[in-house]
Design a protein around this ligand. Sequence first.
Ligand SMILES: Cc1cc2nc3c(=O)[nH]c(=O)nc-3n(C[C@H](O)[C@H](O)[C@H](O)COP(=O)(O)OP(=O)(O)OC[C@H]3O[C@@H](n4cnc5c(N)ncnc54)[C@H](O)[C@@H]3O)c2cc1C
Length: 494
Amino acid sequence: MSEHDVIVVGAGNAAFSAAMAAREKGASVVMLERAPEEEAGGNSRFTAGAFRVVYNGLDDVAELVPDLTEEERATTDFGSYTSDDYFDSIGTLTEYRADPDMAETLVHQSFPTMKWMRDKGVRFAPMYGRQAFKIDGRFKFWGGLTVEAWGGGPGLIENWTKAAARDGIEILYGTRATALLHDDDGIHGVRVKRDGKTQEMRGKAVVLAAGGFEANAEWRTRYLGPGWDLAKVRGSRFNTGDGIAMALEAGAMPWGNWSGCHAVAWDRNAPPFGDLAVGDNFQKHCYPFGIMVNAKGERFVDEGADFRNYTYAKYGRMILEQPGQFCWQVFDDKVTRLFRDEYRIREVTKVQAETLEELAEKLDDVDGQAFLRMVREYNDAVDTETTFNPAIKDGRGTSGVQPPKTNWANKLDTPPYQAFAVTCGLTFTFGGVRITSEGQVLDGEERPMPGLYAAGELVGGLFYFNYPGGTGLMSGAVFGRIAGSSAATAVTNA
Ligand SMILES: Cc1cc2nc3c(=O)[nH]c(=O)nc-3n(C[C@H](O)[C@H](O)[C@H](O)COP(=O)(O)OP(=O)(O)OC[C@H]3O[C@@H](n4cnc5c(N)ncnc54)[C@H](O)[C@@H]3O)c2cc1C
């Protein structure tokens, strides 16, 4: 195979960002995708395409979405999500463990990177469906997450793929990178398995963007801990940690929250890996408006601790820790108008009942008597003085029950009641390799490894414990662009 300036391993959002940035600098670029073309695009393709970006109001939104209509402008309160808000989200959610330099790069580069993506052919739209509520005739965005890729994850990958073809970047599908070619002078390419044959591909620089190890049951158990082998994988079955393993074998330093991951409430009967036909719709993210109940008939978490964007990524772990690794999300009819589309799909594990007693019988594997006792106590604890408002943290909580519910508490008293069975769906892992501010991988002695760059899920140091929704794609784009650009600059200057 011919030698390229830059070999990018992967074909998700981080990989495309790296490849396009390297090409822009004049490097010849090839992308290696382990998946066949029909399953290509990694976790990025499974997403809704939500991007967490700094914006200071309508004008910034309009720069990313120039085709915003007059009516949308007139009837929408986009609010703002400032740099300070972004730092605050990352700081508090990661318990101030996030690498400050990485956080700074992410925050300050988020808006310019999205504008760059637009210039490259990616399109964006406001996330009306999932991130805005209509209050008094006006849409109000909440939770700092306002823009999505046009067409969601599939649209994002489609537009990136077209852009790469336009710029002369070849994508080799069904090509699994298995090792880095390296010696004392650095990285010189990759070994790949393609059509059952092992081959070597020479390259002046390699950018690893091959995702985390979420689809590797053995690594999950080893690093996340016992029980994680039982989690469902929300996205790609191809992210088995290959990129991380290759880098470590070549001397890279492990970095970040190796025992941490992003995991959510996910349909109990979903398949073991993601299904592109369903996308992210196995997730069940309306729990702030109901309660979550385990096999013992008990609540186990503050469902209304914060907007779902700030709690959903850590609640999967709490569900995994419940007996039988499942719970039921229970709602009454007052709140079902707030349901996201994912509650209405055909592939849903749902029961409905006219009375709480009937519901208790229908909740598979739950102690029904304990459930009914708990609901009585919970209903008595709800603050009915404060007005319910889903677009703000309304402070309508409970008093006297454990755990408390801090916002959006309502009595369960209006039939029909609906309940949804969920388990833990693992999105991606937080541990990986360590990079410099130029996106170059550091070795165990904290020296930059010549010719090796990385971006996306397989980079550690940014996420710990929890995660603000929409940051995975944004960080992949920001650090992918930096890694690709640095790799190209290094090889074209050599
Ligand atoms: C269901 C779901 C919904 C999500 N929703 C959102 C959202 O709305 N917003 C958000 O910000 N984040 C979301 N995320 C998280 C987001 O998907 C990731 O953070 C982000 O896409 C990671 O991008 P990446 O490029 O690092 O990895 P990926 O997109 O997973 O790409 C990794 C690539 O590497 C390839 N690969 C793996 N091993 C090899 C190998 N050995 N050789 C060659 N190629 C290899 C894979 O096939 C894939 O192409 C969601 C994730 C899931 C699963």
